[in-house]
Design a protein around this ligand. Structure first.
Ligand SMILES: [Zn+2]
Length: 375
């Protein structure tokens, strides 16, 4: 992986390249910043650069030497990965090495490192992956044993905030009395949750969120997406590429939600109570989780339509279909009802989350919309 393959972060890339070129690499680096901004890719590109036999004058690894190829294939002998894992019947003292095959597969599919997706990949339901105490012992022996073929050994540690205090203290010892030329690269979504003693041992590099246009360009290229749609998607994702990707995975779901939203507004406007009853039943049939997501989706559309009235083109983020609909619909959403509609939606979602009867909640909500849309 080259830095050029990662969007944004030009100042971090420049600093990492300079460190490698000057041979002044701190023993521990902490790349931190919001989730889905590409930090793990920066860490991997940096480790590759440190091991590359022919780094370019542009500060990039060559991509062709043996170490570069090993990095690309995820099997560079002097690069260790530590990441949160799950304790279960089979793994009573789990370590990252037990899950390396799964992790490689995960990283190649999710270079933006979607933690929720990683957590969901374990068999155990509702697992909360963590870095356990067993990890620090394993890491100590791995560092002692690894044959050094290159000048540096690198340890890429994903999510140090998932260590408990005991584990963190043991890791701290490894960082404090470093094995010769071992470089720790910590990659964190939440630096404030890391033990301060560890944080203070690391040279911090703060990654900023991806700007909307940068994310939109990346999405547009990868998915041959229309640029307006990509920008709308980037805006919704608030700088988190994982959110954008989940959203685009869910494009078909969004299409369904969109149809349901339009149907709701049309039937409310027409005072079509029988139609609204059918609508409520259709929504209930989607299941609790989808119903809650649907209300969150509607909340966003109400807000965007409210903003649309002010003709603030650049702060209203709607896809083309949505924008077309809003030309006629937005005037029905105004100071007098926008907040109350959103409140009703939030309440319906909360009731459904609290196991209320969906058919009743959804129908009750739909009937209230008749009043709200006319007020
Ligand atoms: Zn190389």
């Amino acid at each position: 992986m080259k830095f050029a393959d990662i969007p944004h972060h030009s100042s971090i890339k420049a600093r990492l390249s300079a460190m490698a070129a000057e041979g002044r690499v701190p023993h521990a680096l902490l790349i931190h910043g919001p989730s889905g901004s590409g930090k793990f890719m920066l860490a991997r590109a940096f480790a590759q650069l440190l091991h590359c036999q022919n780094p370019g004058p542009d500060g990039e690894p060559c991509g062709e030497c043996d170490p570069c190829r090993q990095h690309e294939a995820f099997n560079h002998v002097d690069t260790l990965y530590v990441f949160p894992v799950v304790k279960d019947e089979k793994h009573k003292a789990p370590v990252s090495a037990d899950f390396m095959t799964e992790f490689k597969e995960f990283v190649s599919r999710n270079p933006w490192m979607d933690f929720d997706r990683w957590a969901a990949s374990f068999d155990k339901k509702n697992a909360q992956p963590a870095i356990y105490i067993s990890e620090s012992d394993a890491l100590r022996s791995a560092l002692a044993l690894t044959t050094t073929r290159s000048r540096y050994k690198t340890v890429i540690l994903w999510l140090p905030e998932k260590m408990n205090e005991q584990t963190a203290n043991k890791l701290l010892k490894l960082i404090e009395e470093p094995f010769a030329d071992t470089i720790f690269i910590l990659v964190s979504n939440d630096a404030s949750a890391i033990l301060p003693t560890i944080r203070s041992r690391c040279q911090p590099l703060e990654a900023t969120r991806l700007p909307d246009p940068v994310m939109a360009r990346w999405l547009a290229v990868r998915f041959a997406m229309d640029e307006t749609d990509a920008l709308a998607l980037a805006h919704i994702a608030e700088g988190d590429m994982n959110r954008a990707l989940r959203q685009s995975d869910a494009t078909s779901v969004t299409r369904l939600f969109w149809d349901m939203f339009v149907a709701l507004m049309r039937k409310s406007y027409m005072r079509d109570v029988a139609g609204l009853r059918d609508w409520a039943n259709d929504l209930t049939a989607l299941g609790r989780e989808a119903e809650i997501k649907f209300y969150a989706y509607c909340t966003r559309l109400i807000r965007e339509n409210f903003v649309y009235n002010f003709h603030l083109a650049d702060i209203s983020y709607l896809t083309r279909d949505e924008a077309q609909f809003s030309r006629n619909f937005a005037r029905f959403i105004h100071e007098g009802n926008a907040e109350r509609i959103v409140e009703r939606m939030d309440r319906a979602a909360a009731d459904i989350a609290g196991n209320a009867n969906g058919k009743i909640v959804n129908f009750d909500f739909a009937v209230k919309m008749i009043m709200l849309i006319k007020s």
